[in-house]
Design a protein around this ligand. Structure first.
Ligand code: ZN
Length: 274
């Protein structure tokens, strides 16, 4: 077995959101369950089994992450609740809505999950300050968008070339506004990437799937899906080398042209790289 969920989400976390995400994967998917997904015999044929397993597990963790953060944001925004009451409400939510039985064995993990959810929700409010910007883009150093490689400027009124600070792990999912989670990006890439957390967020069903696509079909692959392909490279690199997503993004470099893994096969998300 080449991959597993341990490796799939085994990057070095830089933010509260990433720590929460990894804990969700660990807490809610047992080793047995994850091995079963990777070894589903009925999906072995066709060379896409590993991709499908990664897709399924990613969507599953993403869904839990979004729901936990939503609840936590709701609680930390309620001025009538102190931190103790917030934790209590979160626990209640997990017990009643998610039907989790909390016992001696899992209580430490659940308590950590609750506190991380609440701190990640707080982190989502942070904005990028001036000194952080100067660390991410030091003076006298040329700036390029980390996604498309466009040259950017600090002091310009032109929105197309003015540098923006992109949260590699999105703020809305507990991404800190610290230098370890920021890279320079252009307006278009920053907005297209938006809150994309995982490559699994891409609209895979809208990806070219005709048996014989022509150049115009390939052109129609949306920018957000190209960003998802790029993001998959970043995640895989970070997990393989056990580094942060930022370090991996710098090693991977900006995205290029779409390439096919198997040129004589149908073109879908899993057969493409960028
Ligand atoms: Zn760009």
């Amino acid at each position: 077995m080449k991959s597993s969920i341990d490796n799939m989400f085994g990057f070095v976390p830089a933010t509260q959101g990433e720590r929460l995400f990894q804990l969700i994967a660990k807490q809610f998917i047992s080793a047995e369950a994850r091995n079963q997904v990777y070894q589903l015999e009925h999906l072995q044929i066709g060379r896409r089994q590993e991709d499908f397993a990664e897709y399924y597990l990613g969507v599953y963790c993403f869904n839990m992450m979004a729901r936990l953060i939503r609840m936590a944001v709701h609680l930390v925004s309620d001025p009538s609740l102190d931190p103790k009451q917030q934790s209590k409400s979160m626990k209640c939510y997990l017990q009643t809505e998610w039907e989790i039985a909390i016992d001696r064995q899992n209580q430490d993990g659940i308590n950590r999950l609750i506190s991380l959810s609440l701190t990640a929700a707080e982190t989502s409010k942070e904005i990028v300050n001036k000194s952080t910007k100067s660390i991410v883009t030091p003076e006298h150093q040329a700036i390029y968008c980390y996604i498309c490689d466009k040259k950017l400027e600090r002091a310009t009124e032109d929105i197309n070339t003015k540098v923006q600070y992109e949260h590699i792990w999105p703020r809305s999912f507990g991404g800190d506004s610290s230098p370890d989670n920021l890279l320079p990006a252009c307006h278009d890439c920053n907005h297209s990437k938006g809150n994309t957390l995982l490559w699994q967020d891409a609209h895979l069903h809208s990806f070219v799937l005709t048996p014989f696509p022509d150049a115009s079909d390939i052109k129609r692959i949306q920018y957000k899906e190209r960003i998802a392909l790029h993001r998959r490279n970043i995640f895989r690199r970070a997990c393989d080398e056990r580094i942060t997503l930022k370090m991996a993004a710098l090693k991977v470099g900006a995205m290029g042209e779409i390439k096919y893994r198997y040129p004589d096969d149908a073109i879908d998300f899993f057969n493409c790289n960028i």
